[in-house]
Ligand binder design. Sequence first.
Ligand code: NI
Length: 181
Amino acid sequence: MTVIPLRFVGDPVLREPAKPVETFDAELRQLVKDLRETLANGRGAGLAAPQIGVGLRVFAIHPDLSDGTLDHLVNPTITFPDDEEQDGIEGCLSIPGVYLDTKRRMNVVATGFNFHGDPVQIVGAGLLSRCVQHETDHLDGVLFLDRQDPEGQRRIMATLSAATWFDGYEGREPVVKVSPH
Ligand code: NI
């Protein structure tokens, strides 16, 4: 059982668009194994490779969400079969302690590959759809904070600024109060 240390918001790897996987080799199988085991150790619905410091387009999904049929996706492409939306609480293992109502599409179709290189597809609704959209965002360098309205983002900044692990949210550094003396 391998648990890789997670990367937290402020780490540049979470903001870089991940690169497509080109070789379906032992290294990729190890990456998927690391994602699965690190996810199993946490309380998340999914985990994307950049969250363990690897800039490749791979994510793992908690097997409970996908009926255990497919628990990872390589080089995903997502499409939306309709316009239906959902609201619901969302969190992220890279942003501990922050849970926010986040609007997402209700239904998603994700196509990609398993780690053997076989084409696979996930047809998801509800929580599975939310998870697939959240993890695909990670591969594009997008965090669920970015999907909040300005008021929501202000509240997040207040929470993050107080967190001991936090060392800056990109250009928007927490305000440091400097004593005039
Ligand atoms: Ni996340």
